[in-house]
Design a protein around this ligand. Structure first.
Ligand code: AMP
Ligand code: ZN
Length: 483
């Protein structure tokens, strides 16, 4: 499998550190508000990596944090804790906010068929782990105490690692204009490991530490949680592109200084979902959530398909028109699968192997999900029986997770019910659409056939053809399509 590694800026063969396990870490959500569909793009694409590694036979252990403390309004450790801001906004406690939005996040994930990682760890559970790391960094001279806070000293590093193959705008998040420089820092890139002093004295959650009562910085969370559950090395670390700097850069700095060796081999960054007028955010413009998509009548899985139709390393523009197109494509795909007959024929292994080889080639190529989606159409067109097609579609969907077979079963049930109401005569369109005018003509043709008025039946068929509709007889019904 080839993966693009943003640490080396190269496409590389994926080789795990250990033969028996692949260790993957994902930066989780900051639970001060609902996730927007941009955040969820990152989690969908990471879910594909998770599922594809398992599909390829790896024994994956995946860990994700829940940021419930320490993430300040600027990623560069300035401003107020986002959690506290959320709590004030809603007149609740920080812990109430964390619980509510953690649950909301997993509800959204469920609707989007995003697997829950093997370990989900709230940052507030691991204070002792951060203290252990920070203590050693202090002992070894990688950290210093100034003005009440503990800082990581980036000048002690041979190389302060920066993922610098992305454009300035993407990396600029951490150094927003209007944010005051912290005078305690020895150099600009130094970052906070432990706060006891901040301008916002009403920080709700605080713990005792060798440096005084306070709370951890955001970056130390991910190093601490990863090491707690995955040990001293990591195969793959994922996150959205805005996390590359300063968050991941700082994670590498503190983890490798603490461990004294290389920490993580592969870094996967998902590019942003943007709107026509720029980056999506929780604080500006229309707040696009999964619930909003549902309210507007979209299936959340149509959004998942929309994400899969483009590559994770390209930024993606969201518009309602684009989502409409994805919903139409999704409906047609389900209708086509519903037209297959379960249990028809024996599974043909040769066909399975040939189709799987194409699918694997697509995903082995740095997760080319859009090509993997077109493999679904290859299955539908392939010269093999319906049982084989359904088997392969189910197999591919264990990675793509678009609920294809479940939705097709439902559609088949609906069609059966319609057949009963239409006197055992089923009218289906190949695209999945329904058009009452066309359906009425097909019924009239059926009535003419029943009355043995074949001239009239042929006339209706010709009339439909002239209108661009082709009708094919199927057992107990008719199928039509636009030509
Ligand atoms: P947060 O909840 O802000 O900590 O972010 C959760 C995840 O969403 C992180 O991996 C971010 O990098 C990612 N993210 C933030 N904004 C976007 C966006 N517009 N498109 C894709 N991913 C994003
Ligand atoms: Zn992180």
């Amino acid at each position: 499998m080839i993966l693009y590694n943003s640490a080396t800026r190269k496409r590389e063969e994926f080789v795990p550190n250990h033969p028996d396990i692949v260790k993957m870490y994902t930066c989780g959500p900051t639970v001060y508000h609902f996730a927007h569909i941009g955040n969820l793009r990152s989690y969908i694409m990471e879910d594909i990596l998770d599922r594809y590694l398992r599909y390829s036979g790896y024994n994956l252990k995946r860990v994700m944090n829940i940021t419930d403390v320490g993430h300040l309004t600027s990623d560069a450790d300035e401003g107020e804790d986002k959690m506290l801001k959320g709590a004030k906004r809603e007149h609740k406690t920080v812990m109430e906010i964390a619980k509510f939005y953690t649950e909301a996040f997993f509800d959204d994930c469920k609707k989007l068929n995003i697997r829950t990682p093997d370990v989900v760890e709230p940052a507030t559970n691991c204070i002792d782990d951060y203290i252990k790391i920070i203590s050693r960094l202090m002992d070894t001279g990688y950290a210093y105490f100034a003005g009440g806070n503990v800082y990581f000293d980036t000048s002690k590093l041979e190389k302060y690692y920066v993922f610098n193959d992305f454009n300035e705008e993407d990396l600029a998040v951490g150094v927003r204009e209007g944010v005051e420089e912290d005078p305690n820092k020895r150099s600009k890139n130094d970052f906070v490991l432990w706060f006891t002093k901040s301008k916002f004295e009403d920080q709700a959650l605080k713990w005792d530490s060798p440096w005084g009562v306070g709370y951890p910085g955001w970056h130390i969370e991910c190093s601490g949680i990863s090491m707690k559950h995955l040990g001293e090395d990591l195969d793959i670390h994922c996150g959205g592109i805005d996390n590359a700097f300063p968050h991941h850069t700082n994670e590498i700095a503190q983890s490798e200084s603490y461990l004294g060796h290389k920490w993580c081999n592969y870094w996967m960054h998902v590019l942003h979902l943007n709107t026509n007028d720029g980056k999506m955010s929780k604080s500006k413009g229309e707040f696009l959530t999964v619930s909003l998509l549902e309210e507007k009548g979209y299936d959340p899985l149509a959004y998942r398909l929309f994400c899969l139709q483009s590559h994770y390393r390209k930024s993606l523009v969201f518009s309602w028109e684009n989502l409409d197109n994805a919903q139409t494509t999704y409906n047609k795909l389900i209708a086509k699968i519903a037209a297959l007959k379960p249990g028809e024929g024996e599974i043909e292994q040769e066909a399975v192997d040939a189709l799987r080889a194409r699918f694997k080639a697509a995903l082995d190529n740095d997760l080319n999900t859009s090509l993997a989606v077109t493999c679904l159409y290859d299955v539908l067109k392939y010269k093999t029986n319906d049982a084989t097609k359904l088997f392969v579609l189910g197999d591919f969907d264990s990675v793509l997770s678009l609920s294809l077979l479940e939705k097709a079963d439902k559609k088949r049930e609906e069609l059966k019910k319609q057949a009963v109401t239409a006197g055992q005569f089923t009218i289906v369109s190949e695209s999945g659409e329904s058009d009452p005018a066309v359906e009425a003509k097909i019924m009239a043709r059926q009535d003419a056939k029943k009355a043995r008025n074949f001239a009239e039946a042929d006339r209706i068929r010709d009339e439909l053809k002239a209108a661009g509709i082709e009708v094919t007889d199927i057992p107990h019904g008719a199928r039509w399509k636009r030509i």
